[in-house]
Write a protein that binds this ligand. Sequence first.
Ligand code: ASP
Length: 429
Amino acid sequence: MFSLRRTPLYLQILLAMVLGALAGYLLLLAGWSEAVTDWIKPWGTIFIRLLKLIAVPLVFISLVKGVSQMGDLTQLSRLGFRTVGTYLITTLLAVSLGLGMVSLIQPGNYLPEDKTAALNAEYLSNINDQVHMADELKNDGPLTFLVDIIPENLAMAATDNSKMLQIIFVALIAGIALIAIGKEKAAPLEPVIDAVNTVILKIIDFIMLYAPVGVFALMAGMVTDFAGDTAIFASLGMYALTVILCLLLLILGIYPLATRLFANYPAFSYLKGIFPIQLLAFSTSSSAATLPFTMEHSQKHLGISEETASFVFPVGATINMDGTSAYQAVSILFIAQLYGIDLTVAQLLSVLLLTVLASIGTPGVPGGSIVMTVMVLSSIGIPTEGLVIILGIDRPLDMLRTVVNVSGDVFVAKLMDKYKGKPSDLISS
Ligand code: ASP
């Protein structure tokens, strides 16, 4: 018998999206759109607020944890710096790919112009304050962006979701300081940080339990706002296609080729060896859950040395999320396109920087990047409500981006082995 409690969450969300759209449509036909705005939409706003609420603590703790876990950087200095450096480069390239694809395909522009104009008007009516702020900025010097990264005080940075860079800055400093005081002195803090991190992840679990209600409400509101026009779904389809193309290009094209070219390992052996890892990543949607298998399998079937595997993979599962960052870049620009917001070059650079940092702070769990996406959206000044449009189809995209996340880690591990002249060289020759 059908039981809602046993239905996986992603199916509940999908169902909620369809039912919400249907309910919105029926209520619209009955001439009750005002009732939807008054009585249904607020439940969706609550959902978005909950996500925003947890964003700052999540970013803070997962970054402190991520950075401090690299505690043996000095012992392992060469491998450590090389690995982290390579991870940053691959993430940056993945984001650039995402930005390029979404600018090329422009999925948001599949929405009829009058709808974009309506959304844009709604957006503009909300940003008077921001325009004011932008005017103020214009009067500032060229280094203002740098000055703005450093918060005057911690409490203020934590109260404003658009100040994500400030929070990241403080978290990075705290993480580095933890490394600097040495393992022994940092030891008592480690379990505390772990425990707080676990609590935050649990709260996200709770919030996600509420997600079907939130998505239902937001979707119903969206349909009445759109006056029953279903054109949004054409855009949504193009958006999903853009994300999928981008991720497949990485999985089947860029990584195998890069492994051949830079790690001197046959592309086919890479694809064959990594396939079981990718399957597990796909089915669990979690790079953290896949980690033990990635470590074991890659040593046996991809010739990765134990030394590399034991360092490169745990760090990778925490900070290297190429799929997540490419996906975030596409999603953020897609939502901006829907709302008819033309991003300036400075804003595009912020998207680049923020998505790279946000992917570092994303936990390797199903839907881990949802909270981060809210955070980046509010940092750039794009309406966070736009998130609901993409949330309903997030799960399949999450499965695929997790595959990219682990594939990127394996590529980098092959590369690190190559530079050390470890066993993988023997296999490839
Ligand atoms: N599910 C992803 C992972 O575990 C994270 C995300 O993008 O949501 O790698």
